[in-house]
Design a protein around this ligand. Structure first.
Ligand code: 0O2
Ligand code: 0O2
Length: 269
């Protein structure tokens, strides 16, 4: 490895920490909400540290000197948050604003949803300042959070890979198609927003059902382990019958009944 590579590795360490920490923080919002049976505006989270070649290229394009890179290149640390619905994007932006002055500082926001780019690109960007504790002491770094729907993400990924393939010079006929695809993605988001309440209800129903089923199965297993084989077999048979019929209320009642038995006999689950 040459000296320059080692130097870059050192520079990028706090950015790697920031990406890992921020991914954990946003994923845990989602996991917490799902655990308590609430809808999460965050579908999934990804993150990356920009490649050295891309940092150098961007610095050259923006006429930024090597020393100015940490202050002027905002997306060396990049977090991407995917949402199901456009409305969720603004809920996530509010979460981030609420944390302003707590564990991060909002530096600027770019609304490419209401002001989409000429390319057809849509997303909401929030640039933040984020404190990192390195071995050499505390350091504030910039990070860019891109928040978008699944449809916006699908479009952006395809367009990005075409830009890469054609080295930024996408032929006009493909550009036309991409613009049409961007319109289609926009319409898809609009349609999904229209039926958002129905979709969310269906998802909630599925989530509650799957939580109830796993709770029943875990309780039956606890009964087996504690030697209450006869009760476990009985509950298992009743569970299979209800499961086939698909009755949610009856499944919930069965879950409660097993819980009561477990409490009565102080079985550990
Ligand atoms: P989870 O908890 O379900 O999100 P890492 O931190 O190493 O686990 P990393 O390196 O960011 O994750 O992985 P990557 O490949 O960038 O993807 C991040 C997460 O997003 C992964 O889940 C992927 O499964 C998920 N993901 C990527 N693309 C899609 C997609 O199109 N739809 C959905 N629903 N999820 C997607 P995790 O982190 O393994 O687990
Ligand atoms: P990467 O890591 O390859 O994605 P600009 O000078 O307009 O390019 P600026 O002002 O530095 O960008 O920031 P801006 O406009 O907020 O956007 C930076 C990032 O947003 C880009 O990073 C992309 O990830 C995404 N983005 C912006 N415009 C487009 C677009 O037209 N198509 C796609 N697919 N993505 C876009 P980079 O630098 O491309 O890096």
């Amino acid at each position: 490895m040459n000296v320059e590579n080692t130097e870059w590795k050192k520079i990028l360490i706090p950015y790697e920490h920031a990406v890992e920490e921020l991914k954990v923080k946003f994923k845990s919002i989602r996991n917490e909400l799902r655990t308590i049976g609430e809808y999460s505006p965050i579908e999934f989270v990804t993150g990356r540290v920009k490649k050295v070649s891309s940092i150098i290229e961007k610095a050259r394009k923006l006429d930024v000197s090597h020393e100015e890179i940490p202050d002027k290149i905002e997306d060396i640390a990049g977090i991407r948050i995917m949402c199901q619905f456009v409305e969720d994007i603004y809920t996530v932006v509010d979460y981030i604003r609420d944390r302003d002055g707590e564990d991060l500082e909002v530096v600027l926001e770019k609304d490419y949803i209401n002001n989409y780019k000429d390319s057809g690109y849509r997303s909401y960007h929030v640039v933040i300042k984020y404190p990192i504790h390195t071995a050499l002491g505390p350091k504030n770094i910039l990070a860019e959070i891109q928040i978008r729907t699944l449809a916006m993400n699908f479009w952006a990924i395809i367009e990005h890979s075409l830009k890469y393939k054609y080295k930024q010079q996408i032929p006009p006929h493909i550009n036309e198609r991409l613009k049409k695809a961007a319109d289609a993605a926009f319409k898809l988001d609009q349609e999904m927003s229209e039926i958002r309440h129905e979709i969310r209800q269906a998802q909630k129903f599925f989530e509650v059902r799957s939580n109830t089923v796993s709770s029943i199965l875990q309780s039956i297993q606890s009964l087996y382990i504690s030697g209450r084989t006869r009760e476990a077999n009985e509950f298992q048979e009743r569970f299979y019958r209800l499961w086939e019929k698909g009755e949610m209320l009856e499944l919930k009642l069965l879950d409660r009944e097993i819980d009561k038995l477990i409490e009565k006999h102080e079985v550990y689950d």
